[in-house]
Design a protein around this ligand. Structure first.
Ligand code: MG
Length: 212
């Protein structure tokens, strides 16, 4: 647009030509221009709502006397004369974690995906179950926001292993260790965990995924 022989290329130039003072401020790439219906159409995809979801998981495995069988918790081998009984490596904490992920994305439970009747999972490392749950999450353009795991065990003592567990779970979930928390507690000698008959685990996972 030309006014009095002056080429005015934008509204700031128009304002200046009208004698107004124009002040420049730092822009923001997230501040999109929304003028025409086409602008809205073009930008609607990035504005697809992102859902934040949570899932919870719970699992129990029997403790047995087996010095040959490693006791696996959160993907970490914990020295112990007792081991967990199970078809896979019986990592009760990772099983709770997998159920929490599956719960968050509406994918049923670990038994549906990895039935104990299937020999493919015999003595299988439970990290493989986490990898599959993560694959299902990624298929929904999802990612883990945070995971919080509680291991309920009278024995063995777990405090010395919690950091390694945190790092291993973060690695499996492809997140930073700050997004993972591992807690261990006893039941003060009460119940099956207190009698050292088994170990229980609970997990809560929050995920962000594409809205459906
Ligand atoms: Mg289990």
């Amino acid at each position: 647009m030309a006014v009095q022989g002056q080429e005015l290329t934008d509204d700031a130039a128009v304002a200046e030509a009208a004698g107004l003072t124009v002040t420049l401020v730092q822009g923001d790439e997230a501040n999109h221009k929304l003028t025409t219906p086409q602008d809205w159409q073009r930008l609607s995809s990035p504005f697809t709502p992102v859902q934040t979801r949570i899932g919870q998981g719970y699992d129990v495995h029997c403790l047995i006397e087996d010095e040959q069988r490693p006791l696996m918790l959160c993907g970490v081998q914990v020295p112990s004369p007792l081991a967990l009984k199970g078809h896979s490596d019986a990592d009760v904490a990772l099983h709770a974690l997998v159920d929490a992920i599956l719960g968050a994305i509406g994918e049923g439970d670990i038994g549906e995906h990895f039935p104990p009747s299937d020999n493919r999972w015999k003595d299988c490392e439970s990290s493989a179950f986490v990898a599959e749950a993560l694959r299902l999450l990624k298929a929904r353009a999802g990612q883990v926001v945070n995971a919080d795991v509680t291991i309920i065990a009278q024995t063995p003592k777990l405090s010395a292993h919690k950091l390694a567990m945190r790092q291993r779970v973060a690695e499996l979930l492809e997140v930073d260790a700050s997004q993972v928390n591992i807690k261990a507690t006893t039941t003060e000698g009460l119940g099956f965990t207190g009698r050292k008959e088994g170990i229980a685990a609970q997990a809560v996972v929050s995920v962000q995924m594409k809205g459906e």
